[in-house]
Design a protein around this ligand. Structure first.
Ligand code: GLC
Length: 615
């Protein structure tokens, strides 16, 4: 099935302890690291209340050690009313009792460090909870010392507060309805790009930024190793000198609301804010840290600047271009993935961040439906193969791969059958809004079922017991029934052909093969509708010190029917005079064939992927 021996190639670039680079300079530690995301509510429950918690995570670290990942990104565990499952924070320096205590977090941090893993915390500072003391004080009166920490504005000129359309701008909240809510007491509105319980902080105010920086330093001083920065490219808004904010273009005639993103995505001061944050929080720290900014709407050109070491802003960004390809305008209108568009997009990102800056690589996170159901084939026949195939593609790109909990065992979307099963505020609000506008409940549900974030949030399937080993209590969200059919960690842990075993090999490959971490990237057959293929190449020196190079050829069949490579990519098929070695494959050799037979077979089975080394 595979030969994951380490490459003897020594790259010309070296790893710098201070994390400078990559690009022409030395490569940072995270170039060869794999990050694993834990969504604490759904990972493991230690106390039987049906909600995952910190002790649950600590009890399951062996799984992460087996997988071989280097970093854990922990979704928010801070004190929170849980309106958006913790992305609404009421105290940045406390742990929510749902998840445990600060001591539990310390124990988890120490346990990760003892196993050689790092801990990256979620940083949610575009907004707080409306129950955060800053907002509580801010809303007391227009003359409050914290009034200006948030975005307060009067009704639209000539209109009464509360009247339809009186909001200061026509911006839509990401969770349906207007992005402004009226505070009856003062007659002013406050801005919330997400739920009404998530008021946006006003980053124009230097005191807000200083308070954020101080809090970040506090966490670093406690031993955390970096931050994943929630919607961080939304913190700079397009505010005029007179304090007004502009309307968004292309308002929906039905609601009068517009996305408005052109006025707050990568706004005018975003680079200034991130450079300032870097200088105030990270510069000069000797530890090997990691920063990744979640940035909806970010372009390659933006990302080049954000992640160029010379800008000193963030190490990498989460871009959304690829996950926006399979819907039409809104995420609630899914369309089939156009593989050509995916290849064109990733090719552009690979090329754009080749010289300067760095890519993050992800298929899944707590906001995305499961990749095996989305771009794979989750029918019993092809599920494992397509999970292995998509994993191979992601992990063989240049960048830092992120594995979202459960992805490593091929977890799939949940078969949502009723609105009552859904928990996510985004899905619940969207359903209510659409049905309120006369949508057919069954039709709306069928679309929500495809795209809902709850698909990512069903509990991790540890074993085949009734709640999949997640909890001894009543789980807060339904457990996927397929845990009874082999889709668990326990079922896969010792099976060398499992999705889990394959993910272990992918992680190891990045550690052991400098070409996987650092090699350049060239897309092949960009116009082919079913084959995703590329090369990775790195020059360095061999064990004898002489110049040498590694070149990998990655070929994948992104479809449920076989593909013959004979005419399409003859160089990817081993044969006389062609020195091609199988480094990692997804399919065991048919009929007991060995790796050489696999490399020489011109036909890729459905969802087969091969990583080949050119001699
Ligand atoms: C980010 C998070 C998402 C959250 C939103 C508001 O997109 O990933 O889960 O709802 O920001 O904080």
């Amino acid at each position: 099935m595979s030969t994951t021996t380490a490459s003897p190639l020594r790259p010309r670039v070296t790893t710098a302890p201070d994390g400078a680079g990559p690009g022409p300079g030395p490569a940072p530690w995270w170039a060869s690291a794999v990050v694993y995301q834990v969504y604490p509510r759904s990972f493991a429950d230690s106390d039987g209340d049906g909600v995952g918690d910190l002790r649950g995570i600590t009890s399951r670290l062996d799984h992460l050690v087996d997988l071989g990942v280097d970093v854990v990104w922990l979704s928010p565990v801070y004190a929170s009313p849980q309106d958006d499952n913790g992305y609404d924070i009421s105290d940045y320096r406390a742990v929510d009792p749902t998840f445990g205590t600060l001591e539990d977090l310390e124990e988890l941090t120490d346990a990760l460090h003892a196993r050689g893993m790092k801990l990256v915390m979620d940083l949610v500072v575009n907004h707080t909870s409306d129950e955060h003391p800053w907002f509580v004080e801010s809303r007391t009166s227009p003359s409050s010392a914290k009034r200006d920490w948030y975005w307060w504005r009067g009704p639209r000129e000539g209109m009464e507060g509360g009247a339809p359309g009186a909001e200061p701008t026509n911006w839509r909240s990401a969770f349906s309805g207007p992005a402004w809510s009226l505070d009856e007491a003062s007659g002013e509105y406050y801005l919330h790009l997400f739920s009404r319980k998530q008021p946006d902080l006003n980053w124009e105010n230097p005191d807000v930024r200083a308070a954020v920086h101080e809090m970040m330093r506090w966490w670093l001083d406690r031993g955390v190793d970096g931050f994943r920065m929630d919607v961080i490219n939304m913190v700079s808004k397009d505010v005029a000198a007179d304090g007004s904010l502009p309307d968004g273009r292309d308002a929906d005639p039905r609601t009068g609301l517009a996305g408005g993103g052109e006025h707050y995505l990568c706004g005018p001061r975003i680079h200034e804010y991130l450079a300032e944050m870097h200088a105030e929080v990270f510069a000069g720290r000797p530890e090997a840290l990691l920063t990744v900014g979640e940035m909806p709407g970010v372009t390659v050109a933006d990302a080049q600047r954000f992640t160029d070491p010379a800008s000193a802003e963030v190490d990498m960004v989460f871009q959304f271009e690829h996950v926006d390809l399979d819907h039409d305008g809104s995420k609630w209108h899914p369309v089939p993935l156009d593989l050509l568009a995916l290849k064109a997009s990733s090719g552009r990102w690979q090329a754009g961040l080749a010289e300067r800056g760095w890519n993050s690589l992800y298929w899944n996170n707590h906001d995305q439906p499961r990749i095996v159901s989305r771009w794979g084939d989750d029918s019993p026949e092809h599920r494992a193969a397509s999970a292995r195939c998509l994993g191979t593609l992601l992990h063989l790109h240049r960048g830092t791969p992120y594995v979202y909990q459960g992805e490593e065992i091929g977890m799939a979307n949940f078969p949502w059958a009723s609105a009552e099963q859904l928990r996510d505020i985004e899905s619940v609000n969207h359903l209510a809004e659409e049905v309120g506008h006369g949508g057919d409940p069954a039709e709306v549900l069928s679309r929500v079922a495809v795209s809902s974030r709850d698909n990512a949030r069903t509990p991790v399937q540890w074993d085949a017991s009734p709640s999949a080993g997640f909890t001894t209590g009543e789980p807060w969200i339904a457990v996927n029934p397929d845990h009874a059919r082999g889709w668990t960690v326990a079922d896969q842990a010792d099976d060398p052909t499992s999705v889990l075993a394959h993910y272990r090999r992918l992680v190891a490959l990045r550690h052991d093969w400098p070409v996987v971490a650092l090699g350049d990237f060239t897309m092949l057959v960009p116009e082919h509708e079913q084959v995703y293929a590329f090369t990775r190449r790195l020059e360095g020196e061999g064990p004898d010190g002489a110049p040498a190079a590694d070149e990998l050829l990655v070929v994948a069949n992104v479809g449920s029917s076989p593909v013959d490579l004979t005419d399409l990519l003859p160089e990817a098929v081993a044969g006389p005079g062609r020195d091609l070695e199988l480094v990692l494959g997804t399919v065991p050799g048919d009929g007991g064939g060995d790796d050489a037979d696999v490399a020489a077979d011109p036909v890729l089975a459905p969802w087969e992927a091969r990583v080949l080394r050119r001699g």
